[in-house]
Design a protein. Structure first.
Length: 71
């Protein structure tokens, strides 16, 4: 609700401040394209690992609760 009330006064100022045009992210951060690809690839792999570990923990807890309810 707060976002809706402040949108008209806040958003135009934010758009003017953050409008860099058609600039690629590596140029904006002043790094090479290969480095930015490597960083995003590592972030993606880390995200997949975290999702996999979270899913494994959930399955372990589910199995434990089913064993407890069966006893």
């Amino acid at each position: 609700m707060l976002f809706g009330l402040t949108y008209r006064s806040f958003m135009p100022q934010l758009k003017d401040l953050l409008n860099f045009g058609a600039v690629p992210l590596p140029d904006l951060l002043n790094v090479s394209a290969g480095l930015s690809v490597a960083v995003f690839a590592l972030m993606f792999l880390l995200m997949l690992y975290v999702i996999d570990r979270t899913d494994a923990r959930r399955k372990d807890r589910l199995a434990q609760s089913e064993e407890a309810s069966a006893d």
